[in-house]
Design a protein around this ligand. Structure first.
Ligand code: ADP
Ligand code: ADP
Length: 227
């Protein structure tokens, strides 16, 4: 059973097609990394998966259920999304950031949500920052909070959109290490990134996009050998 099944997804902006019929599947525990030049359609593809960008054509299935505009809220609750710029609530503490969506979206009991938030903060190495506000944290720490928030929702799949591009090089490593750990723990993930070290280490498969097409697809040892 595929966790994610992307079939023939197309998207155009102002008549210009930026995704030209993209298909791929993702099994439980797999990490797929999308790479390719700037403008090749990586972010658009990732955003089409949870309808942050609505595809023009094609179908997307999550665990056998089709993602549709009629069920998108429920489907989004099952797909954790990690943004380039963290998207944390600045007026909430770290703990509240990781707790709130569980309660509001998943209807988890508050006590249970807090306990789960604490677990996930520990997993990303930020137990000691639970009472801090995002502005008091480094970018790398904020991104780890954002990952903890996504994990706390217990999603079927995690989607990462250039999670380290807004970070200084010295902060990139701490986020990449957390993501590598998740990949080796068997999380199911799709990652758009320019971090080739991560791709080489953590990807089960690399998908190379160019001009809205998949031009290469394979395990990292094969892909990097060709490069
Ligand atoms: P990548 O993530 O590979 O850099 P994107 O998916 O961001 O590529 O963009 C693919 C192409 O689509 C680019 O030419 C970009 O300018 C264009 N594009 C992306 N989003 C929009 C939008 N909201 N409106 C118009 N064009 C867009
Ligand atoms: P990325 O990091 O994916 O390359 P961009 O910097 O290309 O992102 O785009 C940032 C935002 O601007 C996105 O929301 C994207 O949809 C939008 N965007 C990108 N290109 C265009 C465009 N040509 N016209 C309008 N919006 C765009």
């Amino acid at each position: 059973q595929k966790i994610l099944d992307v079939r023939e997804v197309r998207k155009a902006y102002n008549g210009l097609e930026v995704l030209k019929g993209i298909s791929f599947g993702l099994y439980r525990g797999e990490t797929k990394v999308l790479i390719g030049p700037s403008g090749s359609g990586k972010s658009t593809l990732l955003r089409c998966i949870n309808y942050l960008t609505v595809p023009d054509k094609g179908r997307i299935f999550l665990n056998g259920d089709e993602v549709l505009d009629t069920n998108i809220d429920a489907m989004r609750a099952r797909m954790g999304f990690v943004f380039q710029d963290f998207n944390l609530f600045t007026h909430l503490t770290v703990l509240d950031n990781v707790t709130l969506c569980q309660v509001k979206v998943n209807g988890v009991d508050k006590k249970e949500a807090i306990s789960r938030a604490q677990q996930e903060l520990e997993r990303v190495g930020l137990s000691d920052k639970a009472d801090a506000y995002p502005a008091e944290l480094s970018g790398g720490q904020q991104q780890r909070v954002s990952i903890a928030r996504a994990l706390a929702m217990d999603p079927d799949v995690l989607l990462f959109d250039e999670p380290t591009s807004a970070l200084d090089p010295e902060l990139t490593g701490e986020v990449v290490r957390v993501m590598q750990q998740l990949a080796s723990d068997g999380m199911t993930m799709v990652v758009v990134t320019h971090e080739m070290g991560f791709a080489r280490q953590a990807a089960d498969e690399i998908i190379f996009l160019e001009h809205g097409h998949i031009v290469e697809q394979g395990p990292p040892d094969v892909m990097f050998q060709q490069a």
